[in-house]
Design a protein around this ligand. Sequence first.
Ligand code: GDP
Length: 422
Amino acid sequence: AADRHLVRIVIVGHVDHGKSTLIGRLLHETGGITPQKLDQLKAISARRGMPFEWSFLLDSLQAERDQGITIDTSQIRFQTPSRDIILIDAPGHAEFLRNMITGAAQADAALLLIDAAEGVRDQTRRHGYLLHLLGVKQVTVVVNKMDRVDFAEPVFRAIENEIAAYLAGLGVRASAVIPISAREGDSVSARGARTPWYEGPTVLEALDGFEPARAPGDLPLRLPVQAVYKFDDRRIIAGRIETGELEVGEEIVFQPSGKTAVVKTIETWPAPPAGREVRALEAGAPAAITLDREIFVERGEIVAKPSARPHAARRIRVRLFWLADEKLEVGTQLIARLATSEARATVAAVHQVVDPGHLSTFEATGIGRNQVGEVELALSRPIAADPHGVNPRTGRVALEIGGRIAGGGLVVSVLDGEGTKP
Ligand code: GDP
């Protein structure tokens, strides 16, 4: 239940626009860093004869993490009055996408940073596009370095209009556009006195207003089968519950085969004393179950409840980011991986190729390296899939060529395949 207020955010923006400075300031102002640590860092920069930079704070945390000094190695966390914020590292958009594709990172919300003196750049637009591609719907824009433009309202308004229009073109609504100075501390957690014309939230208030992700337990059951083991006469089906819950005695269905059974036992090791058996499992738990009847099921199928099952998809529309050198075009053969299943896939149509820098859609027969687009994939056999909007865990696809990840993205829709809308 504590995790219900957890929001994973990503901060994106052109290099040098002040990402690290903003993160350092947020950590400091939310108590994510001790005063001792801060003094220590200020002393170090004084000794080096450099002005204190908030970004040092982040660099030094990074260095500690690299050396494995701190316990929490992968995440930066801080708290706003009603949210636990986890900051997802986004070193570059290729890495970020790779993480997204493989499921390592899933951002619920984003801060898009713009340098007030530089304005909206191509990279800003590209980042905005990536957020859209990733299905991140909550975006707050932060116009940083307002001190460089003397906190002039017209400069801010021009940037605000340009970026809001760009995002609106993508169907993304900026929840706020905030003028700040990360370095000097205006409107990060305390309202900036030099922007009296601004009436919106501070960065901290905007973060506090982000909706937490829907808890995976609230979504319908999805248990992708990792393996089926045979012990004596018993078949044990093993995997990990991505979303939803599972109970002994419940009827379940395997997709895409459509076979049904009732959960007989939930197996745990070592075996518990009689009467103490596990009767139910929640999202996130490893699962090993036996069934009331003998049916043949394999790795790759997804266990669901009959009333809310994933599609047994034969043809899917995918919004993807392409990383490989070879062009993705009609006829290209790939391996598509979805949860624990894989199938051969052939590109049946290329619907859209987009230059994220200018949001121009152009006519093209294929998608090149670092381009994004939407394609239709025909699968060699049905696999279980959900549209990303319905279930982000099972609505994500990785594409491989010759054993390498060549791209990936979101299942926009299932064009051919039976299923029940959860
Ligand atoms: P990053 O590359 O986006 O992480 O940017 P940094 O946080 O490293 O900042 C880049 C440079 O911009 C550094 O020299 C910062 O001191 C400077 N900077 C960051 N925020 C502000 C600000 O609000 N005002 C001014 N004038 N400079 C800033």
